[in-house]
Design a protein around this ligand. Structure first.
Ligand SMILES: C[S@@+](CC[C@H](N)C(=O)[O-])C[C@H]1O[C@@H](n2cnc3c(N)ncnc32)[C@H](O)[C@@H]1O
Length: 230
């Protein structure tokens, strides 16, 4: 299957979920709001020290991550992108936020500091594992291309019980994706795989953001030009 076909199949799938359940966690195919927020907690570790950073929510659904970020004091520009126009309409309707923009057209998205993607790699439907793996790697390239400071995404894990896997879902190998990001994108990668979800999260910091952290004074250090009290 070609990339446009995979995207079209994915768009149709999520439009169906939204039509069935409305702008809710179920409407973007999550079991519960609790699990949706747990995924956000993992992904937003990337931006927790940068409340003014711009964030692209890649596969934003009805925009629940925007609400989550704002509740935690995030002030930076938020851009919601989704291949489903219906999702984008729902996200727009749910946001009266001066610093938020939404789009269903990838070409309209300008580079941002950080990109977060929750749930875009899970449902492969009729694609083969090889086709979907290629699609995942291409999409990771796109996450990297649109981000100047870093990006994060989650995926279902191959460490889930084989007898409980569904044939329409894609279970990624966290170690292979860690290795891929580390070798081809950035040296600064974290693999988080310590929640009860059968999923993992990869945080990829690009060199610009790591250079800033490295040049910041250590916490508790005296400001430049001041003397440490003895
Ligand atoms: C599982 S839902 C999660 C929605 C949202 N991230 C959340 O957690 O509430 C995945 C969403 O990503 C969108 N999506 C899937 N693949 C995408 C892609 N390649 N580009 C943009 N959006 C995508 C779908 O249309 C759907 O709305």
């Amino acid at each position: 299957m070609s990339r446009p076909d995979l995207l079209q199949q994915t768009r149709r799938y999520y439009n169906g979920k939204l039509a069935e359940h409305g702008p809710t966690a179920r409407g973007v195919d999550w079991n519960s709001e609790q699990s949706q927020r747990l995924r956000f907690r993992e992904l937003t570790r990337l931006v927790e020290d940068e409340p003014d950073a711009s964030v692209l929510d890649y596969g934003c659904g009805y925009g629940a991550l925007r609400t989550y970020l704002r509740e935690r004091g995030h002030r930076g520009r938020y851009v919601g992108f989704d291949i489903s126009e219906q999702m984008i309409d729902a996200a727009r309707a749910g946001a009266s936020d001066e610093a938020a923009r939404f789009s269903a057209v990838r070409e309209t998205i300008e580079p941002v500091d950080y990109t977060l993607a929750s749930g875009i790699f899970n449902v492969k439907q009729t694609a083969s594992d090889d086709e979907w793996r290629r699609y995942v790697l291409e999409t990771i390239e796109d996450l990297a291309a649109v981000s100047t400071r870093g990006f994060a995404f989650n995926a279902l894990t191959q460490y889930s019980d084989p007898d409980r896997r569904r044939p329409d879902l894609y279970y990624a190998d966290p170690l292979k994706l860690f290795d891929h990001c580390k070798r081809h994108i950035s040296r600064f990668v974290s693999l988080l795989h310590d929640t009860p979800l059968y999923e993992f999260t990869l945080l990829v910091r690009l060199p610009a953001s790591v250079a800033d952290v490295a040049s910041a004074p250590p916490v508790g250090a005296p400001a430049r030009g001041t003397r440490r009290a003895t």
